[in-house]
Design a protein around this ligand. Structure first.
Ligand SMILES: [Zn+2]
Length: 139
């Protein structure tokens, strides 16, 4: 199911969850997650999130299984608020600093992992509202 002009639902959810309940898992995602990824795509070019439906290796870059062992126990990924973005033509550090230069372009990003540490991906978290500056934290 298409969520935005460049992203399908499967790119935001773990294969096991999608296999079990199909398009219904769209209701487990923060409503601002896909639109925020689309805004980043429009600004910074092609992005890979999960690619399991095309035979790729990424399955945990969006909504994760509740009892999955990847990442923190209460990771925002388990609540449908987070995505790990791999950019085709830019580094995560470049993208992160450009977001921080003008955060008003991305009003639903609440937190990001420090891209200097994650290096190959940019972890973003979204909310339906942001009432404080974007927080950058170390994973
Ligand atoms: Zn992440």
């Amino acid at each position: 199911m298409k969520l935005t002009s460049n992203f399908q639902l499967q790119e935001f959810v773990h294969k096991a969850i999608y296999t079990r309940i199909g398009d219904r898992c769209a209701d487990f995602l923060n409503p601002m997650l896909a639109p925020t990824c689309q805004a980043l795509r429009d600004e910074f070019g092609a992005i890979t999130i999960n690619d399991w439906m095309w035979g790729g290796k990424f399955t945990d870059s969006g909504l994760r299984e509740p009892h999955g062992i990847i990442g923190a126990r209460f990771s925002a990924h388990k609540f449908g608020n987070a995505a790990d973005l791999k950019f085709k033509t830019m580094t995560p550090i470049e993208v992160q600093s450009m977001i921080m230069e003008d955060p008003s372009k991305f009003p639903y990003i609440t937190r990001m992992e420090n891209a200097e540490i994650t290096k190959t991906w940019l972890h973003i978290e979204t909310s339906v509202r942001r009432n404080s500056p974007i927080k950058i934290f170390n994973p």
